[in-house]
Design a protein around this ligand. Structure first.
Ligand SMILES: CC(C)(COP(=O)(O)OP(=O)(O)OC[C@H]1O[C@@H](n2cnc3c(N)ncnc32)[C@H](O)[C@@H]1OP(=O)(O)O)[C@@H](O)C(=O)NCCC(=O)NCCS
Length: 147
């Protein structure tokens, strides 16, 4: 199930964030800010059948209304089950969105494989986007006539 982010999700989102981006995790203030900036396009993936203590929130995505992915992450124990796909598709099915794009670390080959699997292409490079590492720009364009 995918539903909008709420403040009660924050602790669990921060856990996923720390495990997914150990070099540069967003902090709680950033997530609160993202919630205010993008209240309609900040989604969490929830499996309500799981134990509450273990955590029912398994991933999140936040993107702008123009289609820029600010962040996407899935809990490491729940990867390769289609959760990232379901979250990214939430962006790709947004009405009137002509393209969806993201920055990915050059070293993040798993995320690159994920985006390529989802029909994205590498369209550019931003040198030193992450300080000492380049970003690849990956982009998906909606098929003609679909918006
Ligand atoms: C990238 C990420 C969101 C993918 O989430 P996920 O739920 O594991 O992805 P899915 O299960 O939906 O994968 C869909 C397809 O993408 C490809 N893919 C996903 N992860 C992959 C990996 N580690 N290696 C190779 N291909 C991969 C596969 O083709 C996969 O299909 P398959 O499992 O049937 O082979 C997740 O790995 C993650 O949170 N990574 C850390 C945070 C991150 O790097 N975010 C992106 C920053 S821009």
């Amino acid at each position: 199930m995918i539903r909008p982010f709420t403040f009660s999700d924050l602790d669990r989102i921060l856990q996923i964030e720390l495990q997914s981006f150990p070099k540069s995790p967003y902090d709680w203030a950033t997530f609160i800010n993202l919630h205010y900036l993008y209240p309609e396009t900040f989604w969490v993936y929830v499996n309500p059948t799981l134990d509450r203590k273990e955590g029912q929130i398994l991933g999140y995505i936040v993107f702008t209304k123009e289609g820029h992915i600010i962040s996407i992450a899935v809990h490491p124990h729940h990867r390769r089950k289609g959760i990232g796909k379901a979250l990214l598709e939430r962006a790709m099915i947004t009405p009137h969105l002509k393209k969806v794009w993201a920055e990915v670390r050059r070293s993040n080959q798993r995320a690159q494989a994920f985006y390529l699997h989802m029909g994205f292409q590498v369209t550019g490079v931003v040198p030193n986007y992450y300080g000492n590492e380049d970003a690849l720009i990956v982009q998906w364009t909606s098929p003609p006539g679909s918006y």
